[in-house]
Design a binder for this molecule. Structure first.
Ligand SMILES: [Zn+2]
Length: 381
């Protein structure tokens, strides 16, 4: 009899600790509720994990880095980003409640939440359109490093990097075909006034959109070594990238004010209508690289208005994925160099939208006419 009891006990213990560690898993982690900027710690489903005890799966792995990544000199940084040397697994500790994994320390809770936020971007784009099937676009996606508490300062500067959530494609030997992908999250900087960027789901989907934009739109241009004809075109591409990222962040967060949960005073609420101004057009036409976020915020707000007007944000999202895929064809060429502005990009977007739903085109066109400002005028001529 005692032997029998021992046998039962061993069976129970092993079934407790030896459940599946990959596949579709339930994890208690930080996630948004339906209310603006209200987050909770509750069970969520992860779909792409290979091994939860290593926070590793199809979309990459969560790691940490002890030193300051950009304080080190340039060649050290190349070694870290080129080889992954110095990036370390975080100490993962889970309990179980039924089939749900329960993080037992801060790093495990934050790391699992970070994985969840990045996975939300992967699931969105993989489901939107065959063009944005990320697993096909990025064959080495599982090599992606999601760096938790990445300490980043700019070389020669004392201040913390303000870019405290970031997507960074690293080119091995400067080859655009050989890319290692990084997401950085630095949650403890005093610059953050609200929700840490790494667990603000809209923000990490914003960063994931930069990865998709890189593979759909920028990569071919870099491979062909096709430059821009002028700064207007270069600044437009940079602002477009930011604006699309805000819009896709909204598609997952389902809150047009998701950015404000982290930075409450920034003009990044998509539901506040915004129009391109002549001053902005003049600014990005100058012979210099201009900060991309203000123009991006206008583009994102226009996309929000279009989605509201047609009553279908997901179809608008699909049409924007197709816009990214065809962006190089949207540009005209001057002596082989690419040239476009927001007027031209809006026209290409209307074409991709019409391919999906021709009955939506006139409504979207009316939104553009209202908010494109100087770009609406130039495209009408
Ligand atoms: Zn961005």
């Amino acid at each position: 009899m005692p032997v029998f009891i021992l046998f039962i006990t061993v069976i129970m213990l092993s079934s407790c600790s030896n459940g599946p560690v990959g596949g579709v898993l339930s994890i208690r982690l930080i996630q948004p509720t339906a209310d603006h900027c209200r987050y909770t710690i509750a069970p969520a489903t992860l779909y792409t994990v290979d091994n939860i005890y290593e926070l590793r799966g199809r979309i990459g792995s969560v790691v940490t880095f002890d030193e300051n990544l950009l304080d080190s000199n340039q060649s050290d940084q190349s070694i870290v980003l080129g080889t992954g040397a110095g990036l370390e697994s975080i100490v993962v500790d889970f309990g179980r409640s039924g089939s749900t994994f329960i993080p037992l320390n801060y790093d495990t809770l934050f790391g699992a939440s970070l994985y969840f936020a990045v996975e939300q971007g992967f699931l969105l784009f993989s489901s939107l359109d065959t063009v944005s099937d990320v697993a096909k676009l990025v064959p080495n996606l599982s090599d992606t490093k999601i760096v938790h508490e990445a300490r980043r300062t700019f070389k020669g500067e004392d201040s913390e990097a303000v870019d405290n959530a970031e997507y960074k494609p690293y080119f091995i030997n400067d080859n655009p075909e050989d890319i290692r992908n990084y997401f950085f999250s630095f949650p403890t900087t005093p610059l953050i006034e609200g929700m840490p960027l790494g667990v603000n789901v809209g923000i990490m989907v914003h960063e994931f959109t930069h990865l998709v934009f890189h593979y759909l739109a920028r990569k071919q241009r870099l491979k062909d070594q096709t430059g821009f004809a002028d700064y207007l075109s270069l600044n437009t591409e940079r602002a477009l990238n930011e604006g699309l990222a805000d819009y896709f962040g909204f598609l997952v967060a389902k809150d047009p004010g998701f950015f404000l949960c982290t930075f409450p005073n920034e003009p990044r609420d998509l539901s506040q209508a915004k129009q391109f101004s002549q001053e902005y057009h003049n600014e990005i036409s100058q012979e210099k690289v201009v900060a991309p976020h203000s123009g991006g915020a206008v583009w994102a707000a226009i996309q929000y208005q279009i989605g509201q007007a047609i009553g279908d944000h997901m179809v608008n999202g699909r049409s924007l994925v197709r816009l990214m895929g065809g962006l190089m064809n949207c540009a005209t060429r001057t002596e082989g160099k690419l040239k476009f502005d927001f007027g031209k990009v809006a026209k290409c977007h209307l074409d991709s939208l019409a391919q999906l739903r021709s009955d939506y085109q006139a409504t979207a066109q009316a939104v553009y006419s209202r908010y494109l400002g100087p770009y609406g005028d130039s495209s009408a001529k």
